[in-house]
Design a protein around this ligand. Structure first.
Ligand SMILES: [Zn+2]
Length: 320
């Protein structure tokens, strides 16, 4: 599973397990809009007539800076910062502020130009460390036709999505360099994540969500309602009547995406909504790959199998 899919999963889990949390709802909408904007860009990129061996990277995080899309060809490295929003946009070169006017209201937001500048510099420095001198380009892409740039940025071009192919093709045509296969590999290595982080330990704090605000319980993988009941040796969904012996396995993947891979038996009881200690033991035996500590302070390391949530992810993505 890819990094961006895990981000979509995390926010979808929170959205479905918290009520009336404005920040979480807003963030869910933003992730959705961002994701569908990137998907639109990907469709356009398929049409671009670029040098063969095009490699596209999505949702790369370089030193905490999130990059939406990177296009790499032997003649070009270009970072795309994708904005999928409506309104009229202003990049202020003096105050370095970025804001939009929508329905007569002025709304300040994170400046994509500065974000992109940071990303370009970081990647450039990484390539330089690998003794690869290839210029890193940047483009700000407005993916929604209802997003209009009134005051353009000064450091990078801001273009509507329809112009993506042309712009990239033009950049390639102007490029003086041609990377070898070896050099392309260096780029790939520079973008490689050490490991895909299971959870984002700042997410809950960022959204102002505390543990107690989260709706716990086993999720039905047929109708996605939370709160399956343990009946005999299976889980029963009160909403759709579905029975699933292994429903807790996917629900424990949700736990990991929010809180990380370590868990105690108390956490299992809380998260799955069960009190039966024997059941907890069985679940941990089945779902953990390692344990640390003894007795009461014992911690277990859960098996990370996010694909158990792929049906849920696919359904969430369709909503986007
Ligand atoms: Zn159900």
């Amino acid at each position: 599973m890819k990094t961006y899919e895990l981000s979509v999963l995390r926010i979808s889990i929170l959205n479905s397990r918290t009520e009336c949390n404005l920040k979480a709802k807003q963030s869910y909408r933003n992730v959705k809009a961002g994701f569908s904007g990137e998907e639109k860009v990907m469709k356009y990129l398929e049409e671009a007539r670029l040098t063969s061996k095009v490699e596209i990277y999505r949702n790369v995080v370089l030193d905490h800076v999130q990059i939406d899309v990177i296009v790499v060809t032997p003649k070009l490295i270009c970072i795309l910062e994708v904005k999928n929003m409506k309104g009229e946009f202003y990049f202020d070169p003096i105050t370095q502020q970025f804001y939009r006017i929508i329905d007569g209201n002025k709304e300040g937001m994170r400046n994509p130009e500065l974000q992109l500048q940071r990303a370009v510099k970081l990647l450039q420095a990484r390539l330089h460390r690998k003794e690869l001198e290839m210029p890193v380009k940047g483009l700000i892409v407005f993916a929604s036709r209802a997003g209009i740039v009134i005051k353009p940025p000064t450091l990078f071009p801001a273009i509507p999505i329809d112009a993506v192919c042309d712009s990239l093709e033009r950049m390639e045509a102007m490029s003086q360099k041609l990377m070898t296969t070896e050099e392309m590999k260096k780029v790939k290595h520079s973008l490689k994540q050490n490991s895909i982080p299971v959870h984002d330990d700042e997410l809950l704090e960022r959204l102002g969500i505390e543990r107690v605000m989260i709706l716990t319980g086993v999720r039905c993988m047929s109708c996605f309602c939370v709160g399956m009941q343990r009946i005999y040796s299976t889980w029963l969904c009160g909403s759709c009547g579905c029975r699933d012996k292994n429903a807790h396995m996917a629900t424990l993947q949700e736990y990991q995406l929010l809180f990380g891979r370590q868990i105690t038996s108390k956490d299992v009881m809380w998260w799955l909504g069960i009190e039966d200690k024997h059941l907890v033991k069985r679940v941990l035996k089945q779902m953990s790959e390692d344990s640390m500590g003894t007795n009461r302070s014992r911690h277990y390391k859960l098996k990370f199998e996010p694909w158990l949530l792929s049906h849920f992810l696919a359904t969430e993505m369709k909503k986007f």
